[in-house]
Design a binder for this molecule. Sequence first.
Ligand code: ZN
Length: 498
Amino acid sequence: MGLNETLAELAGLQKKLYAFQTASSSLYLDATTTAPKDTAEGRGVALGILAGERHDLLTASETGALLDLLWSQKDALDQLHRRQVEELRRERDRLTRIPADEYTRYAMLTNKAGDVWRRAKEQNDFELFRPVLEELVAYNIKFAGYYDSVKAPYDALLDEYERGVDMERLDSFFATLRARIVPLLQAIGEKEPPDDSFLRRHYPVEGQRKLSDHLMQVLGLDRAHCAIGETEHPYTLEFNNKDVRITTHYHEDDVASSMYSVIHEGGHAKYELGISDDVQYTCLAGGVSMGVHESQSRFYENLIGRSLPFIQAIFPKMQELFPEQLGDVTAEQFYRAVNKVQPSLIRTEADELTYCLHTMVRYEIEKQLIGGTLQVKDVPEVWARLYQEYLGVDVPDDRQGCLQDSHWSGGAFGYFPSYALGSAYGAQMLREMERDIDVWGPVSRGDLSQVSEWLREKVHRFGGLLEPADVVKNACGDLDPTVLTDYLERKYRALYGL
Ligand code: ZN
């Protein structure tokens, strides 16, 4: 068989994987949007089979032979195909190291854990979730050994979400953030908080839907390729670079909630839509890592969306949509309100400054859980202690404490640092962007086209063609948390007159 035929087989394999993914994603989209309440069972059967087919296809000996054959000729491959083979081999290797029976039992466990976690959160009962969490931690420690038997277990898990990032780098990264953010937070706490009461006037859903339409237009999201829906928790789901869906959730007593969800998810969507055609239907399609993905969503949400020029650009439209609610408010007041700093209990509602501290709490706990120095039963206590230490808030119960996030119930340990890394990458990208182009003039006129183009050229188009660390380096140099802390200090000192 010649190389071209072998490459055609490689393309066929990846298209099949794409089809399984598309089918699973469609079911997820349906489940979270239009499916009636008691219909999960049938979808569960189909999803189980699709996951099994995917697993069997990747671990099949024919697939191994195909990938080995191509790897033996890697010098003859172009970058696009070499990276495909490299990534597929990595994925296959990872799957084959986990014994099939353990893989199945773990899949059943995470399936069950989601339900148990939801009930535990509803009933504010950590004891209900504890045994499942103990099992999840034990599995992840074991799997970490399969992924990489040399690395410390938590490093092996971190590598799954942001390749190249480990505890050594994160410890110093978070230490830098903490040393600068905690004192800034204390100084802000002594100042008069801005009035943000008008954000909680009554904002009918109909008007908010029109605001979403306007925001998508300003972000340059082509509605022929990106739809918006409504779900309990906002998310972005990508089928390919011509079909991306975002969702939001409207709260009639909080106009900023959906507004910033749309901008955040819109940032994720911009990334997916900006990935080049030549990696579509391959394993290199989609954003390269969670950290880089969050850098894009948080770039639009915070660096652009919570800037004064952006708010000045969209505020006339907001006043037109909500004349009674915002008629007596200025763009400047709105800017101060959406940047109000308030140490709080819930990560997803945190402001831009305190957000990193929320992820830091989770990082510290995961590190110790997977490292074996913290027992699951002690998580609530350590959670409360760290929230007091970092944010100065008392945790009244586990529902608003360690039961608030779904990540652990899905088996995701090592994911949380991606959020903070995303913020840091974003700040570095903004610095580079400001050196290359006039960012704020056009943004103040509601023109984000140059910003989009810069990100597409420097970040989006590659998809998984480059390693995550190389995408970051290529766009804005090596990870440097002081760029983020400098940005935060500048912004919040000015806002609070410090
Ligand atoms: Zn996100």
